[in-house]
Design a protein around this ligand. Structure first.
Ligand code: ATP
Length: 280
């Protein structure tokens, strides 16, 4: 799904969104999810879970079903069959806004901030719509902008930002809801190497400071191999491999379907180059 909107949670300024079950660490899970569009099996029996505090990379060739899976997890696509669970509760029929209130935030591939508003106003608007008010919203906005490195640009109009900064603004708006699980759809798309390195530090900082779990769709293997605790590989809607990044990078099926010849460098160095079929 390509949209400029960012979904945020509705929670207070100093705490992550509440668990629907009252439990601690969040766990968002796709269990046996199928999504069919007419004759296309966009997802075929996919099982994936992301827990608070971990970073999971979702990779695979163009059209593999990555965005469809994030849509299914965030409530923008109803599975044809299968279930989505949050903290063990079945949320398959929950609308996107309800999932957002429960702590599941996402960004989209295309960023479109409110370009006439300042950076601060953009994030404050997201914080307010997520339930923060008054000084709480202002404090949360400042905190989130610092986290994504946009503190010095808080007073700039969004239209003056570079592309890389605008993408970080999209992440800041998602964080303004204090999510427990954050789904990022190609956050490094269009970034140069230096910007991608900066993004790596920002995403690590989000895990460290917010403690939220991240599911990251990305074609930038240099970023993904350094960032993620685990990888999940989709191909033609099916899970091709899942596991530790080094294990996945060595998997012959993954090399053939996606990583191509760059895998030797990816596996050997723990950081490689973009996959051969990764057109982003
Ligand atoms: N709304 C839709 N209607 C029909 N087919 C769709 C729809 N959305 C996605 N598809 C198809 O489902 C499959 C998976 O698409 P999806 O966008 O999830 O792949 P992806 O892995 O995210 O690709 P990319 O890396 O290019 O973003 C593709 O064959 C795509 O054409």
């Amino acid at each position: 799904m390509r949209s400029g909107e960012v979904t945020v949670t509705r929670s207070g300024p100093n705490a992550a969104a509440p668990s629907p079950t009252g439990e601690g660490a969040a766990r968002l899970e796709a269990r046996g999810v199928h999504v069919r569009f007419a004759g296309v099996h966009a997802l075929d029996d996919v099982h994936l879970a992301v827990e608070q505090g971990e970073i999971v990379g979702l990779i695979g060739p163009n059209g593999a079903g990555k965005t469809t899976l994030v849509n299914a997890l965030s409530g923008f696509q109803r599975p044809t069959t299968g279930h989505v669970l949050l903290d063990g509760a079945d949320i398959t029929r929950w609308a996107a806004h309800r999932r957002a209130r429960a702590g599941v935030a996402r960004t989209f591939q295309s960023v479109r901030a409110f370009r006439g508003l300042t950076v601060r106003e953009n994030v404050e608007a997201a914080a307010r719509s997520a339930g923060a008010a008054g000084r709480g919203a202002a404090a949360l906005t400042g905190e989130v902008l610092d986290l994504v490195g946009l503190g010095p640009s808080a007073g700039s109009v969004a239209s003056a930002l570079s592309y890389g900064q605008e993408r970080r603004l999209g992440i800041a708006r998602a964080l303004a809801g204090r999510p427990r699980i954050l789904l990022l759809d190609e956050p490094a798309a269009g970034l140069n190497e230096q910007e991608s390195d900066e993004l790596l530090e920002i995403l690590r900082g989000i895990r460290a400071d917010h403690g939220c779990g991240l599911l990251v769709i990305e074609h930038d293997m240099r970023l993904i191999m350094r960032l993620c605790d685990r990888l999940h590989v989709l191909d033609y809607g099916r899970t091709l491999a899942a596991g530790l990044p080094a294990e996945v990078a060595r998997d012959a099926r993954v090399r053939e379907a996606y990583l191509g010849s760059s895998v030797t460098r990816v596996g050997a160095a723990g950081a490689g180059e973009e996959g051969s079929r990764a057109a982003g």
